[in-house]
Design a binder for this molecule. Structure first.
Ligand code: ZN
Length: 291
């Protein structure tokens, strides 16, 4: 039964800052320190959990599978706080250099470990850097075959330098094989579809503009998918000094006051985990994040 009001999904892609960006720019060996990165993830995820608790919102945490091995206590904390556990691949690498067989093996391991550590069922998957594009659509069958119920890896716009499928369906839908897709939030501005669903877009657009885009979609009864990263909310972010001014702006702008901005953004708008939104929209009936 569909609820009267539109509920939007809020998701957190749990990964470290270096891990997140090492395919976007060169990272010198002196910045690669797994212990430091895991410590960063712990502190920043704790800040996300605190913020969501204060806002009274349950979210979906798409977690890199290796984190369930390296810092399982973080996965457990998220599950114990009542949030949905999703899978953000086994390692934080774009899908372009892998193939269906290898991909299926890795996500099977990641899903099983996340479920084992959290004690919860994992329904959803998000590819690192939204890297399900027209070149990697084989991933859709692999996800279905390995037991995922939904995917949230498609950016239905063609303006980004890495990802995007220009004419992809911009709202929740099913692929031919039955897998549900919940794409990144986008809207049309002067005839062109642009993303506004989180990450860099959320940091670079003024808050009022993001709120305006969101209300526009919701007026059309379309739920939106938002995503943020722990390092955009919490206190820890490594400074890569060698980055160009452009890269510094693109990757650090508004990270320091990210928590405050997200808090304001969540206010007066209905947000929930992806599973909750899919149930509200009538896509799934008998599943809940506490399974
Ligand atoms: Zn990511």
């Amino acid at each position: 039964m569909k609820d009267e009001s539109v509920i939007n999904a809020i998701s957190i892609d749990v990964e470290g800052f270096v891990e997140s960006n090492r395919e976007s720019f060169h990272v010198d060996a002196k910045y690669i320190d797994p212990d430091r990165e895991n410590d960063e993830i712990k502190k920043n995820t704790a800040a996300c959990l605190e913020l969501l608790e204060e806002a009274g919102v349950k979210a979906t945490f798409f977690i890199v599978g290796r984190i369930a091995y390296d810092i399982p206590e973080v996965v457990k904390q998220i599950a114990d706080a009542g949030h949905e556990i999703g899978c953000h691949n086994y390692e934080h690498v774009r899908l372009f250099s892998t193939n269906k067989k290898e991909f299926a093996e890795k996500i099977t391991i990641a899903k099983a470990k996340l479920e084992d550590v959290s004690g919860r069922r994992v329904f959803g998957y998000r590819a690192p850097e939204f890297s399900i594009t027209s070149k990697t659509l084989w991933a859709v069958d692999a996800l279905k075959e390995t037991g995922f119920v939904y995917d949230s890896s498609v950016c239905p716009a063609g303006m980004h330098d890495v990802y995007g499928i220009e004419n992809a369906e911009p709202v929740i839908h099913r692929f031919e094989n039955g897998l549900i897709e919940f794409p990144m939030a986008t809207t049309v501005v002067i005839g062109k579809r642009i993303p506004f669903g989180g990450g860099g877009y959320f940091r670079l657009y003024p808050l009022w503009l993001t709120k305006y885009f969101l209300s526009k979609c919701n007026k059309d009864e379309e739920p939106c998918m938002f995503y943020i990263h722990p390092y955009e909310i919490g206190p820890e972010i490594p400074k890569i000094r060698e980055l160009s001014a452009y890269r510094k702006f693109r990757h650090y702008f508004h990270c320091k006051n990210g928590g405050k901005r997200v808090k304001k953004f969540l206010k007066n708008t209905h947000f929930a985990s992806t599973v909750e939104v899919l149930r509200n929209e009538g896509y799934i009936e008998d599943m809940n994040v506490h399974e």
